[in-house]
Design a protein around this ligand. Structure first.
Ligand code: SF4
Ligand code: SF4
Length: 374
C-alpha cells in the first residue's frame, strides 16, 4: 500500500472517530513495547507490584505485544475519550465519593464508538480489527504514548493535550498498515505536584506508582487495608484522583465527557447504604459500571473505612451490624472503624467482639484498637 493511500486511510479513520465523538486518536506500529517490558521487570524487582498481582511470564509477553491481540497486527490505532464533566466531588459528611473516571462506564462508551470505526475499517479497507478499552491483556498507556496521543505524567497516567489526564484509553489493533504518528515532545518539566499530593506517597519515582500503597489499587481488591492507609483514606468509596486533581494540565480543560453516559452512578453514595448493601442491591445500583465489576464486600469494606473517618456517629449503627457479618474482612474493618469513630466509646463493642470472635486477624483488629485506648 503506497503512502498516499495510507494518508487517505488515516484521514478517513480520523474523520470517523471525530464523528463518533472520540476525543483523540493516534497511530503507532504493532511492534512490541520493549521499554514497557523493562519497566514491568523493574517494578516487580523493586517490590512495587503486590505478590498476588505479579503477572506471569506469559501474561507479560502478551501485555507488551499487540500481536497477542491479533497475530497479523501491523498498526494500533489508539484513542481517548474525555470523562471530564466539571461535576464537583461532594464533601458532605456521610457520603462516600466516587472518582470521576468511574462515575459512568466511559470505557464502554469508548469501546462502542471504536467498534463503529472498526466496522467501517473492515468494510471499506478489508481490515481485520480487534477493539478494546481498559483491556487488561494489552498495555494501553505505552501504546498511547508511542502514538503521540499523550505523554506520561509523573503519576504514571497519560496526559493528552487539551483534555489533560481525565481520559480513558482504548485501541483498535489492526492488520492495516498505516503510517505511525510521532510521540509528543512534552513532559512534566520541574512539576512534582502529584508526587507531593499523594496521601500515601505511592508515587515512588516519576512515572512509577507503588501499587502496594496506592488507594486506587487497594480499593479495587479484597484484603486488609493497611492501618496507615486507612488513616488517610478519607471519604473515598471507590477510586482516587488526588494525583490528577492537582495536575496543572487538568486546569481549564473543557467539560468534554459524553452526555448521558452508560452506567452512570453519580459522584457519591451514602455510606450507610453501601455498608449494609446486599448482592441484589449492589447489582441494581452498580451493574454495568466498573464498581459493579468488583466484589460487593470490597466496596462495602471501602465504605466502612470511609465511615471510620467520617465523624458521623450515626454510622456506628450500620457498622455494628457488620460485626455479625459472615466475612471476617467486613468484621475486622468494622471494628477498626468503630474505634476510630467513637474512640473510647467503642471499648464495650471491642471487648464483646473479643469474646466471640474466632478469626485471628479480626481478633487482632480488636486487640490493636483496645491497646491504643489503654
Ligand atoms: S491514585 Fe491516589 S493513592 Fe494512587 S498514586 Fe494517585 S494520589 Fe496516590
Ligand atoms: S502534577 Fe505535575 S508532575 Fe504530576 S503529572 Fe501533572 S504536570 Fe506532571
Amino acid at each position: 500500500m503506497d503512502t498516499v493511500k495510507q494518508e487517505d486511510i488515516k484521514k478517513r479513520i480520523r474523520g470517523l472517530a471525530g464523528a463518533a465523538g472520540i476525543s483523540g486518536l493516534g497511530f503507532t506500529t504493532a511492534a512490541p513495547l520493549e521499554k514497557t517490558r523493562r519497566h514491568f521487570d523493574e517494578a516487580i524487582a523493586e517490590g512495587h507490584i503486590p505478590a498476588g498481582s505479579v503477572p506471569s511470564e506469559k501474561t507479560l509477553a502478551r501485555l507488551v505485544d499487540p500481536a497477542g491481540r491479533l497475530k497479523t497486527a501491523k498498526t494500533v490505532v489508539t484513542a481517548c475519550l474525555s470523562y471530564h464533566t466539571g461535576e464537583p466531588t461532594p464533601d458532605d459528611a456521610g457520603l462516600g465519593t466516587i472518582a470521576p473516571y468511574t462515575r459512568a462506564n466511559y470505557y464502554g462508551e469508548l469501546e462502542s464508538r471504536l467498534a463503529g470505526v472498526a466496522a467501517v475499517m473492515e468494510e471499506e479497507f478489508g481490515a481485520t480489527t480487534r477493539v478494546s478499552s481498559n483491556y487488561v491483556s494489552l498495555a494501553e498507556k505505552p501504546l498511547a504514548a508511542r502514538s503521540g496521543l499523550g505523554f506520561y505524567g509523573k503519576h504514571g497516567i497519560i496526559i493528552s493535550p487539551g483534555y489533560g489526564s481525565f481520559i480513558v484509553l482504548g485501541e483498535i489493533v489492526t492488520d492495516l498498515e498505516v503510517e505511525p504518528d510521532e510521540p509528543l515532545a512534552m513532559n512534566c518539566g520541574e512539576c512534582t505536584a502529584c508526587m507531593k499530593a499523594c496521601p500515601t506517597g505511592a508515587i515512588a519515582k516519576p512515572g512509577r506508582v507503588n501499587r502496594k500503597v496506592c488507594i486506587q489499587y487497594i480499593g479495587e481488591r479484597r484484603g486488609s487495608v493497611p492501618h496507615d492507609i486507612r488513616e488517610v483514606w478519607g471519604a473515598r468509596l471507590y477510586g482516587c484522583s488526588t494525583c490528577q486533581d492537582v495536575c496543572p494540565f487538568n486546569r481549564d480543560i473543557p467539560a468534554a465527557a459524553p452526555e448521558a453516559p452508560r452506567a452512570y452512578v453519580g459522584s457519591a453514595a451514602p455510606l450507610a447504604d453501601v455498608i449494609g448493601i446486599g448482592e441484589a442491591g449492589f447489582r441494581k445500583r452498580f451493574d454495568g459500571n466498573q464498581i459493579g465489576m468488583r466484589e460487593v464486600n470490597v466496596i462495602r469494606r471501602n465504605a466502612i473505612v470511609a465511615a471510620g473517618s467520617s465523624g458521623v456517629e450515626a454510622l456506628a449503627a450500620p457498622l455494628e451490624i457488620c460485626l455479625n457479618d459472615p466475612d471476617p474482612m467486613i468484621r475486622g474493618h468494622a471494628l477498626w472503624a468503630l474505634a476510630r469513630l467513637l474512640g473510647r466509646g467503642a471499648r464495650g463493642v471491642l471487648e464483646s467482639a473479643l469474646v466471640r470472635e474466632w478469626d485471628p486477624e479480626t481478633r487482632r483488629e480488636a486487640e490493636t484498637a483496645l491497646d491504643a485506648m489503654a
